[in-house]
Design a protein around this ligand. Structure first.
Ligand SMILES: Nc1nc2c(ncn2[C@@H]2O[C@H](COP(=O)(O)OP(=O)(O)OP(=O)(O)O)[C@@H](O)[C@H]2O)c(=O)[nH]1
Ligand SMILES: [Mg+2]
Length: 259
């Protein structure tokens, strides 16, 4: 029933985490501005954007902290995930090592973040793999080979040792859907494969998170400035950090997003 009652806006702090160059900023750019940039700059510190998502009976206003994946910024992360109601942990489906990094982030969140935090595991760059490899594969034996990876590197190393499931397709995929999905399931995470480039599944990530958040544990706030997204390095969050807001490099609110 789509009754148009006045909707309550609920602010949700969401943090993006993941190895460098997996596409965190690109996912946010796609979600918030409906855009994609082949030549993004690595995030320095973190970037902040907001975007609204409309559910049946409420508007969720995501306050998104897009963190830097480079290892030298790791120690800043707790500042961004502290009190977050949601986290999007991103890996690159063409880089097996990035899933291992994502798992480490999930562990850290489960140990140190808000107990009710909703975590979505997102395999990005789906556009780089062939369709035949996107369907779930048979259960993986355990995990992807731990290829050593420089945390800051954006090079896509060829897989020295293919994952058990990779043999069924010889495209760029290094993490099978089944493997990641099984891990997500056992860890209680939402799971998506997405492409910031094409926009595939990007809105769905945030919509699903919005639907999953236990709103009864969040104090609703009516927001007065809810039109579109905005950028700010010093929001009304508890983390009054000086954030380097470099996402979109000077682009102001352009419409995009889920709802
Ligand atoms: N083909 C493809 N390339 C992508 C996708 N998402 C991001 N990229 C590219 O991957 C590179 C890194 O993207 P970013 O969004 O900057 O990655 P990041 O995770 O924010 O990186 P850090 O800020 O350093 O942590 C850029 O060249 C993007 O254009 C995608 O879905 N498909
Ligand atoms: Mg970034």
């Amino acid at each position: 029933m789509a009754e148009e009652t006045p909707v309550k806006a609920v602010q949700v702090k969401l943090v993006l985490l993941g190895e460098a160059a997996v596409g965190k900023s690109s996912l946010v750019l796609r979600f918030c501005q409906g855009d994609f940039n082949e030549n993004t700059s690595p995030t320095i510190g973190a970037a902040f954007l907001t975007q609204k998502c409309r559910l049946e009976n409420r508007i969720v206003k995501f306050e998104i902290w897009d963190t830097a994946g480079q290892e030298r910024f790791h120690s800043l992360a707790p500042m961004y995930y502290r009190n977050a109601q949601a986290a999007v942990v991103v890996y690159d489906i063409t880089k097996a090592a990035s899933l291992e990094k994502a798992k480490a982030w999930v562990k850290e969140l489960q140990r140190q973040a808000n107990a009710n935090i909703v975590i979505a595991l997102v395999g990005n760059k789906l556009d780089l793999v062939s369709e035949s490899s996107t369907s779930p594969a048979p259960p993986a034996s355990s995990e992807a080979p731990a290829e050593e990876e420089e945390e800051e590197g954006s090079s896509e190393e060829p897989s020295a040792t293919p994952t058990p499931n990779e043999t069924e397709s010889d495209d760029a995929r290094q993490v099978s859907t089944a493997e990641a999905e099984a891990y997500a399931k056992e860890s209680g995470l939402l799971f998506f494969e997405a492409s910031a480039k094409t926009g595939h599944n990007v809105g769905e990530i945030f919509t699903e998170i919005a639907k999953t958040i236990p709103f009864d544990t969040i104090v609703p706030k009516s927001t007065t400035n809810t039109s579109g997204n905005r950028r700010s390095g010093n929001n009304n969050n508890d983390n009054g950090s000086n954030n380097n807001v470099n996402l979109g490099e000077g682009q102001q609110a352009k419409k995009g997003g889920c709802c």
